[in-house]
Ligand binder design. Sequence first.
Ligand code: F6P
Length: 472
Amino acid sequence: MGSPITATIRVVAARGTRVAVMAGVYTRGHGRSNRLATRTHGRSNRLATRTHGRSNRLATRTHGRSNRLATRTHGRRQRLRADGWFPGPARTLYSRLQLGGTGARRGVEIQKILIMTGGGDAPGLNAVIRAAVKRAITGYDWQVIGSIEAFNGVLDDPMRLIPLDLDSVRGLLMRGGTVLGTSNAGGPFEFPVRHPDGSIEAVDRSDELIRRLHRIGVDAVISIGGDGSQRISQALFEKGLPIVGVPKTIDNDLDSTEMTFGFQTAVATATDAIDKLHTTAESHDRVMILEVMGRDAGWIALCSGIAGGADTILIPEIPFEVDNVAMHIKRRRKEGNHFAIVVVAEGAFPRGGTALTVKERKPGQPNPILGGVGAWLGGELEARGFHQTRVCVLGHLQRGGIPSAMDRLLATRYGVAVVDLIAEGKFGYMVALKSDEIVAIPIKDAISRYRTVELDHNMTRTARGLGICFGD
Ligand code: F6P
């Protein structure tokens, strides 16, 4: 089988299990190389059948035969590229592509695509991978490889790549996390490099990344990630990399799409937690505070708060006053409700204050780690006479577990559509949900601002209509 990938590449069969493979694992799927590959394959198969059960010597000859054809196939591809598809150094490698444009990449047939997952994990990542692989192979006969831990797999020596075929994505639909692994530290533009003295420096390896992708014959990249990952996608696209995006984040804060996948599962998890906290709150006449994720946007707090029947919802978009929260709980008590449920987003803060952090940002890390607002609020409420206040931090439980049916659906729709984007040559675009249709939007629009909770959004008005307190 033909292979543009050198023998030094290691393939990771499953995360953590490295298997060294020979050159020849990856086959081109199209055009000239495909014809040769098919002949090679047919030839080898015939020989292999004949040799099966006989001597190893024949098997070796069979193998040698395939390799000779593969080399010729590979040589052909290299010549085509040298003819001008990917001329020059990294910056101009993919310069013949229609940047941001529509329509097919003139003269370039897609043969191999790479999938990577970046940023925090979210339920549905594996469902996107599965759908994209199925669409790419059954719809277009492309080869698909995955990069382990975002782009680290391409930047590491040896590279950590995984071939993604139909077998490898079987059973992924309902699996949480990502089989490709992910990272929300660094990225090619701020790659953390540790010096001998222990200090960490962020180094720009983006040109090297593009060169490496070219070297392994990647024709297009699918970046599945949230705001941080899509910023990287846009910057790589501006350097000429043919890249398309899929919007992921449990926070649902990516602009230009009505929904990111992972969000609905996180809301279901938080709602389930509120249901359970109700039991203790009612039984002990307590104030139960649930701190949920939501750095810049309070969608998880707002939606789970409404779905779970919270009394107070505190979000980053609406700075709160503790006294207002305390007054609201007292009023409830007077009305005969002796318990209260407060849902607070990790990024929420009191008027005039800022969000609390538990860890500062390190070089190569996009943000400090938020947390602690629930405990702080609990202390403030106790100081105002609510002695039976308890705090629960839901944390990464919101990102874990199996994706909900709705997230599986959305992830699957995105996975199929993003492969079609590549076929259409719509690089620099991201799939998005608009009025229940999957559409393509420029990645630069999606990252131009956060999609935060608007004060006149129907969800906000619904909460206020129920008498839910925002602390304002
Ligand atoms: O962006 C998604 C998110 O879940 C945020 O809500 C949260 O602040 C952050 O990731 C936590 O990231 P980490 O996994 O690094 O703790």
